[in-house]
Design a binder for this molecule. Structure first.
Ligand code: UTP
Length: 290
């Protein structure tokens, strides 16, 4: 059987971002900076370095500036060159050239499952990646690349998993399954936000998926679930029952940049990797915790 390559990635970024109000009243959370990089740029860099060339951005009212970020701003480029800021000009141009960005609007925020369904016509009959617009993974090998390798080995949909504390299981989709090899599980359960006493494990779904296109026909017939939203986890659970589904414990650290504490942690993590900032930040933090 010929290998089905992952050529497209979907970034659902149409959510309301209510956990981050008032900052997100008029600025999309996906553009809030991690040091000086918008969250979404770090996600698009992960996509590009995983070998994917097309990004389908799901946006909504008030979020057009996310797509603008990936356009070339000719006036700005010219001004930076005139001012002798060649390195910065080149960096901004590189951002625009990383991938092709196509946008689709989700008219009403009917849930993550519905946001993914909005990409159906642009994906067609191919497997594809999904990366949530507020989930960051810092890793040596891009998380999406790690998952593509698992997909290509087994030819089955894959979801990224991370172990969480027992008290936190009711905040996530939780999976159960049996080990296939180190870090890869054949899944037999997926439950959205279970109470701790019915959670099948402490393995939580995080915002990275490789999905077979069959997910679209399942999503189309999936009724709204938790929070009256069309839940991606419900559709994935049906795909698991018919075609099988893998869980992959990725190597790296994940940050929920759509959550206040997660956002601050992401900023500290990425700032500590910047030589021009790190020593000053460490010194400052030492002073703060005295
Ligand atoms: P979240 O629940 O984390 O995002 O959805 P949210 O709804 O923006 O955030 P809060 O809870 O109100 O603060 C996970 C991902 O799914 C996208 C979001 O943009 C986020 O990337 N999403 C969610 C959509 O694209 N459409 C939706 O209808 C819901």
């Amino acid at each position: 059987m010929s290998k089905k390559l992952i050529k497209k990635a979907v970034i659902p970024a149409a959510g309301l971002g209510t956990r981050f109000l008032p900052a997100t009243k008029s600025v999309p959370k996906e553009l809030l900076p991690i040091v000086d990089m918008p969250t979404i740029q770090l996600i698009v860099e992960e996509i590009a370095s995983s070998g994917i060339e097309t990004v389908i951005l799901i946006t909504s009212k008030g979020k057009a500036s996310i797509a603008d970020h990936f356009d070339v701003n000719s006036d700005l480029h010219k001004k930076l060159l005139e001012d002798g800021k060649h390195e910065l000009a080149a960096k901004l141009k590189e951002t625009s050239e990383m991938v092709n960005v196509v946008t689709v609007r989700q008219g009403v925020p009917r849930g993550l499952g519905h946001a993914v369904l909005c990409a159906r016509d642009l994906i067609g009959d191919e497997p594809f990646a999904v990366l949530l617009g507020d989930d960051l993974v810092d890793s040596k090998i891009p998380c999406t690349k790690q998952m593509i390798d698992v997909y290509e080995k087994y030819n089955k949909s894959v979801v990224a998993l991370m172990e969480v504390e027992e008290r936190d299981v009711s905040k996530f989709g939780i999976c159960g399954g049996t080990d296939l090899e180190e870090n890869v599980l054949e899944l037999n359960k997926m439950i959205e936000k279970p109470a701790p006493d019915i959670a099948p494990s402490k393995l939580a779904i995080v915002g990275r998926y490789i999905l077979e296109p069959k997910i679209f026909e399942i999503l189309e017939s999936t009724d709204p679930g938790t929070g009256n939203e069309i839940q991606l986890t419900d559709a994935m659970s049906k795909l698991m029952a018919s075609d099988g589904f893998l869980g992959y414990k990725f190597k790296g650290e994940r940050f929920d940049a759509g959550d206040k504490l997660g956002f601050v942690k992401a900023n500290i993590n990425f700032a500590l990797k910047r030589p021009e900032i790190a020593p000053h930040l460490v010194e400052y933090m030492k002073k703060c915790i005295k």
